[in-house]
Write a protein that binds this ligand. Structure first.
Ligand SMILES: Nc1nc2c(c(=O)[nH]1)N[C@H]1C(S)=C(S)[C@@H](COP(=O)(O)O)O[C@H]1N2
Ligand SMILES: [Mo]
Length: 168
């Protein structure tokens, strides 16, 4: 089994095992950051996978520093790669329908994950991104390293306050 898949499975099994009591289940419920549903093969809910901070932080962390349209200066984004999150849930599809807390939604081509290496950034300059500052997750492309992403198409895909991905 792929190392990453087995790693996330361990985290899923541990969170399911610990989730026995109702109080525990409730607190786990509150800490859900990202829900993924649709064409996935690994689940920890009936039809979806719910990631909390521990599960996201169990994935390999990547970071890059880049200019973006949203900040005056270059900042360092860090978090798991979109590609690794998709691999962890054994996602297969063509389109990622992404929905934000503010109801903004955008369709991101599945192949962007491997093609450009965007992050599901959870931190900016080392600090967890609050909901008021585009958190808890912000899909960001490495704009400085990949000039072909420096345009409106990719800015529109750069969804912040990301809360749900449906794999289609
Ligand atoms: N959550 C969320 N992400 C979003 C948006 C939004 O409204 N909400 N707007 C998108 C669009 S259409 C673009 S072009 C870029 C830039 O948005 P801004 O110029 O309003 O900052 O962010 C993208 N990400
Ligand atoms: Mo836009």
């Amino acid at each position: 089994m792929h190392a990453l898949v087995s790693r996330i499975l361990v985290v899923l099994v541990v969170s399911l095992t610990l989730g026995g009591g109702q109080a525990h289940a409730q607190s786990a419920q509150q800490s859900v950051i990202l829900t993924i549903d649709g064409a996935i093969a690994t689940r920890n809910g009936a039809t979806d996978v719910r990631f909390d901070a521990t599960m996201l932080d169990a994935l390999p962390a990547y970071s890059f520093r880049t200019w973006t349209p949203w900040f005056k200066e270059a900042v360092t984004f860090s978090g798991p790669r979109l590609q690794d999150v998709l691999e962890a849930v054994a996602a297969k599809g063509k389109t990622l329908h992404m929905v934000a807390l503010n109801d903004y939604a955008v369709d991101v081509p599945f192949d962007d994950a491997a093609g450009f290496g965007p992050l599901l950034a959870r931190r900016i300059d080392g600090k967890v991104i609050g909901v008021r500052e585009k958190g808890p997750l912000f899909l960001v492309y490495p704009f400085d390293d990949r000039p072909e992403t420096r345009n409106e198409v990719f800015y529109a895909r750069s969804i912040w306050q990301l809360t749900r991905i449906t794999v289609r």
